[in-house]
Ligand binder design. Structure first.
Ligand SMILES: NC(=O)c1ccc[n+]([C@@H]2O[C@H](COP(=O)([O-])OP(=O)(O)OC[C@H]3O[C@@H](n4cnc5c(N)ncnc54)[C@H](OP(=O)(O)O)[C@@H]3O)[C@@H](O)[C@H]2O)c1
Length: 244
């Protein structure tokens, strides 16, 4: 009898998603590593997990493309009869910063679509099996930008705030079936996404005086996915070194 318990992490080839994938693999999940195009990084994540004694599969799809999500998850279901995804971490996200007055339509739609389409199609696909199993964990990676709003990020703040609203509403729909839905809101975390920022200047605005590490976000996600966290749902938990 197979005993794999599957955790799907979107955007797991790099940064926060990769740290979450590695952590959940250590927690005993078979991790499905989603990514968009960077297969080399995704393979490196898979190799790191396997070298540490864990299990992982690659599951590429573009979270901004609903049809691509459906096709990839239908193919996964067909290849894994009788199994289902128990943990979903909606992590993939992008930034296209600029003042709204100068923002073009693509910058608006690309950021919104990546977050909201990704949330809808992925969650909509995996939720029925969680509800039938009366157990499941959904963690949405939002941002302090979606909690407070940041100038230059009207598109990103809107996308991340949408994810917070979705987290709160869905958590109430599924709590009775023992599926929890929470959001994690990082501040500045050292990844490729923040590599172009002036860390020395920004550190002065962070009470903790430093950027966070992807592993610190992963530890929080790991806890929210654990049995011990079964009474926490519909929450937005900041992990931002005191910002917010
Ligand atoms: N870093 C921060 O300070 C920070 C703060 C708050 C919130 N966040 C949020 O945390 C999440 C992860 O951020 P990060 O800093 O780890 O980002 P990152 O280093 O830029 O990595 C982004 C990851 O998402 C994947 N991805 C991007 N677009 C995708 C798409 N359309 N379909 C599938 N995968 C896609 C990338 O895949 P490829 O490798 O294939 O490109 C990569 O694995 C994001 O939602 C971000 O908004 C980050």
């Amino acid at each position: 009898m197979k005993t794999d318990i599957y955790a799907l992490v979107t955007g797991a080839s790099r940064g926060i998603g990769r740290a979450i994938a590695e952590r959940l693999a250590r927690d005993g999940y078979t991790v499905l590593i989603n990514y968009k195009s960077n297969q080399q990084s995704a393979l490196s994540c898979q190799q790191a997990i396997e070298a540490a004694g864990g299990k992982a599969e690659l599951l590429p799809f573009d979270v901004a493309d609903g049809a691509a999500i459906e096709a990839a998850l239908n193919a996964w279901d067909a290849a894994h009869e009788g199994e289902h995804i128990s943990v979903l971490v909606n992590n993939a996200g992008i930034r296209r910063d600029g003042l709204l007055v100068f923002m073009n339509e693509d910058e608006w739609h690309d950021v919104l679509r990546t977050t909201t389409e990704g949330f809808y199609y992925t969650t909509h696909h995996v939720l029925p099996a969680m509800l039938r199993a009366r157990k499941g964990r959904i963690v949405n990676i939002t941002s302090i930008s979606g909690v407070s709003g940041l100038p230059g990020q009207t598109n990103y703040s809107a996308a991340k705030a949408a994810l917070i609203g979705a987290t709160k509403a869905l958590s109430k729909e599924v709590a009775a079936r023992k599926v929890t839905v929470n959001a994690v809101a990082p501040g500045f975390i050292a990844t490729d996404m923040t590599a172009d920022l002036d860390e020395a200047e920004l550190k002065k605005t962070i009470p903790a005086g430093r950027f966070g590490k992807p592993e610190e976000v992963a530890a929080l996600v790991s806890f929210l996915c654990s049995d011990e966290a079964s009474y926490i749902t519909g929450q937005v938990i900041n992990i931002a070194g005191g910002i917010g």
